[in-house]
Structure formats: C-alpha cells, structure tokens
Design a protein around this ligand. Structure first.
Ligand SMILES: [Zn+2]
Length: 313
C-alpha cells in the first residue's frame, strides 16, 4: 500500500445510508433497536479502549446514551446491518480501561471502521456545536431527526453542514528538492509543507499558486492534485497537491506566517531528521503522507515526540 492509499482519516467501512437521513420511521426504529450503537463525542474527543494491540471506540446502546444533538452516522452492511448514531454531549464517565482521546491523537491508530466513524462524528458535532442559529434572522435552529440538516422555525430556511476547503502542497525544484517550512506559530523543530485556505471565488489550483507565492515568494507551475482527507478540526477538507518551482527563484519568507523555509533533497531531509534538527507532522496528517510519498517510503520522527531517548542508529 502506498502512503497516499492509507490516509488515516480518509478511511471507513460503514455505509452512510444518506437516503435514511430523512426517513423518520426508519430512524425511530433504529434508535429503539438495542443493537444500534451510539458514539458520544465532545470537543473532538470520544471514549476509547486501548491496549498494547489495538485502539477501539467505545459505543453505547441508545438507551444509555446521554441527551444531546443526535445524528445518523450510517449502517454497517457487513455486520448484520448495525446502525451507528453520534451524539454531541458531555462524555460519560470512563470506566476502568477506557479513556478520553481526540481524533488527532487516535485517528491513525483506530481500525478502518472506527477511524471513519470518529471522523464523521467529530465533523458533524463540530458543526452542530458552532452553527446553532439561523444566519438569516438569528433564531435558534432545530436539528432534523437525521442530524444532517437544521431548520429555522421562523423562516423555514434549511442549513447544512459546512466544510472549509484548504490546500496543502509539496513543491519541488528542478533538482528534486522539496520545500519545507516552519510556521511562525510552531515551536522548535516542527516543519511541514505549505498549506492555506481556499479563498471565496477561487479554485484549489489558484489557491496553491497564491499561497506558495505569498508565503515564500516562489512561483509554481504544473499544479496537480494528489489526494484529500477530511480534517474536522474544526471543519477542513485538506486537498493535497504537488507543484513545480522553475529554476532560478530565491525563497523570500513571509514572516507573518512562516519562521523559515528551506529546500531539502531526500538525503538532506533524512540527515536533518536523524540529527534531530527537524521533525515531521504526525502520521494522522495528510502532510506526513505526501512527504513520505515524495520521499519514497516511511520516515522517522514526529512532532511532539519526546527528546531523548534516542533510539539506536
Ligand atoms: Zn431564520
């Protein structure tokens, strides 16, 4: 499997059964079914059971679920049609062996089913938590029973979950070196590829060209899409790109956004990581996957890893 086929948050095995979101009878029957499973999420976090072997989400039967905004996540067609709901509410007290974890923390450790469910649930819960009023007249909105729509009781307008597109791009020069930068807000040795939000009325490719030029002064060509993954923290969709930097350009860093930016050959990147001069984003991020895809294989080091102990070699 290549790195871009294993994007941590772009997985999932549960059918979203979008046609059921408006089927009130089906939704009511599924909520009454003790075999249905409810994932409670709060501030991007959920309960997980973790041991040395695996990390799994903890689900509740509907009767034990706390009051909160409810939404349909989907139905597992491979497991007797088990229906999954999410509820945005304070997390229940964690029993022994269970702990609270964020999507960022466990997104890459969960299995395919659970990674998909948690990503979907966190995205919807974040939307419900922050979009509580009608943008037309300010009236509190009412969630539809399926939870993928809210309605204003005064003017009847319907409101749907929001996603903010962002571009993230690996830029290479004619010598095959890639451009890595340290954000001004990041501590220490953290570096990554460039990223930014798509402006209103702008295409993703235009955003790539604009963001690279704004942040580093480099004008790129041959912008091409590689992969995407949701990043609901709180509501982004990361669109991954590669782009070429024609020869003869000097880096001119925008110090409002970046602390520094440098070209790295594959050998220089590996050497800088091994010398602990830089650290790469964590495996849950699309940035890590795009860098490893360019590099040609897995790389050591991650942001936030503790220093030392240093592993042998
Ligand atoms: Zn309204």
């Amino acid at each position: 499997m290549t790195p871009l086929e294993s994007l941590a948050l772009a997985r999932g095995t549960v059918d979203r059964v979008t046609e059921k979101r408006t089927d009130r009878e089906w939704l009511a029957a599924a909520w009454k079914d003790p075999g249905s499973r409810v994932l409670v999420v709060s501030d991007g976090q959920a309960l997980v059971r973790a041991d040395d072997e695996r990390v799994e989400l903890v689900f509740l039967p509907p009767k034990q679920a706390p009051e909160g905004t409810r939404f349909l996540l989907g139905q597992d067609q491979d497991a007797d049609g088990v229906v999954y709901f999410g509820v945005s509410a304070a997390l229940p007290v964690a029993p022994d062996g269970v702990r609270v974890a964020s999507l960022r923390e466990v997104g890459a450790l969960l299995g395919d089913r659970d990674a998909g469910l948690l990503t979907h649930a966190v995205a919807l819960a974040n939307w419900h938590d922050t979009h509580t009023h009608c943008p037309v007249d300010g009236t509190p909105t009412v969630p539809d029973p399926g939870g993928h729509l809210t309605v204003c009781p005064v003017d009847g307008t319907e409101h749907f979950p929001r996603t903010d597109p962002a571009v993230i791009m690996l830029v290479t020069d004619p010598d095959g070196r890639c451009l890595l930068a340290r954000n001004a807000a990041w501590p220490g040795r953290r570096v990554s590829i460039l990223a930014g939000f798509v402006d209103p009325g702008e295409s993703a490719e235009q955003a790539v060209i604009r963001e690279v030029a704004e942040e580093t002064g480099i004008k790129v060509t041959n912008v091409r899409y590689v992969a995407s993954q949701p990043w609901p923290m709180p509501r982004s969709l990361m669109l991954g790109f590669r782009a070429d930097a024609p020869a003869g350009q000097a880096i001119s860093v925008d110090h409002d956004e970046l602390a520094e930016a440098y070209w790295f050959s594959r050998d220089e990147l590996l050497a800088a990581i091994k010398a602990r001069e830089i650290a790469l984003p964590p495996p849950v991020s699309i940035a890590r996957h795009i860098i490893e895809s360019w590099f040609g294989g897995p790389l050591p080091s991650t942001w936030g890893e503790t220093l030392p102990p240093r592993r042998g070699s």
